[in-house]
Design a protein around this ligand. Structure first.
Ligand code: SAM
Length: 247
């Protein structure tokens, strides 16, 4: 992947989320009423958060000696929420005890996330940060969560990002991609008929077969294997979660 094309794409995404869509995104991620199209997206996104969180709990959640789930089953687990938007997933994970660093290109969305930051997360925590999720200075983590952030990049760029994360993540990575299906391609074409403000910025669908092969062949992912893969489809929201586990 050339750095030039990554930086160019990153700057388009930043400009979309920080300017064009910041208010719409703030509303979508709140309880305020939204249009029918956006209501389906909101519902689909809630289901996706639940799915990703559930996978993490099953994989790393700690239990009491009697087998019951702990109040904070992710206590002491460190998580990078890459492309956190207004921070919904980061806060869900911190409520379960995780120590989350949540980063997003858009300073405006980070401002919203900080304003909404609940003050009763202990022993969990979230530290919000405006900047690139690939910045090595963010450090190393047990877990990487990238919900609907890599979906804006070309497949090769998304793969390069996953390979970069792999060197900094100890246990599990859960990413999402938009599956390249005939139905979705039709919906994207129909979506172009909606007003510009109702559209997401150039999502790039990826074929699951292509992604699986690319993961299997990536030298940086030699120690990793694909775990669960599951699609969430609700109205105008379609995204697939994919779990990578260090073997
Ligand atoms: C569709 S939103 C999803 C936000 C959040 N993950 C959620 O599901 O609520 C995609 C987000 O990824 C962020 N993003 C994309 N590329 C990024 C990068 N290189 N570094 C940090 N954030 C990025 C965008 O700014 C945007 O807020």
């Amino acid at each position: 992947m050339s750095n030039h094309s990554y930086f160019q794409r990153r700057s388009e995404i930043e400009s979309y989320f920080d300017r064009t869509a910041a208010e719409a995104w703030e509303r979508l991620t709140s309880d305020a009423p939204v249009s029918g199209v956006r209501a389906t997206v909101r519902a689909g996104r809630a289901e996706m958060r639940q799915l990703m969180t559930g996978w993490l709990l099953e994989r790393l959640g700690r239990q009491e000696p009697n087998g019951e789930s702990k109040a904070h089953p992710l206590e002491k687990i460190t998580v990078l929420d890459a492309g956190c938007g207004t921070g919904l997933l980061a806060v869900d994970l911190a409520r379960l005890g995780a120590q989350v660093v949540a980063t997003d290109l858009s300073p405006k969305l980070i401002e919203v996330a900080e304003r909404r930051h609940p003050n009763d997360l202990a022993p969990g925590s979230v530290c919000f940060h405006a900047g690139d999720m690939l910045d090595a200075r963010l450090g190393r983590f047990d877990v990487l969560m990238a919900m609907d952030s890599l979906i804006h990049y070309a497949p090769e760029q998304a793969m390069a990002a996953i390979s970069t994360f792999a060197a900094r993540v100890r246990r599990t990575m859960i990413i999402t991609f938009v599956p390249k299906t005939p139905l979705l391609m039709t919906m994207m074409a129909v979506g172009r008929l909606f007003p510009r403000s109702d559209r997401s910025p150039g999502v790039v669908p990826i074929s699951e077969t292509w992604l699986r092969e690319a993961i299997e062949q990536a030298p940086a992912l030699r120690d990793w294997s694909i775990g669960r893969v599951q699609r969430v489809s609700k109205g105008f929201y379609t995204s697939t979660a994919l779990e990578l586990v260090r073997s």
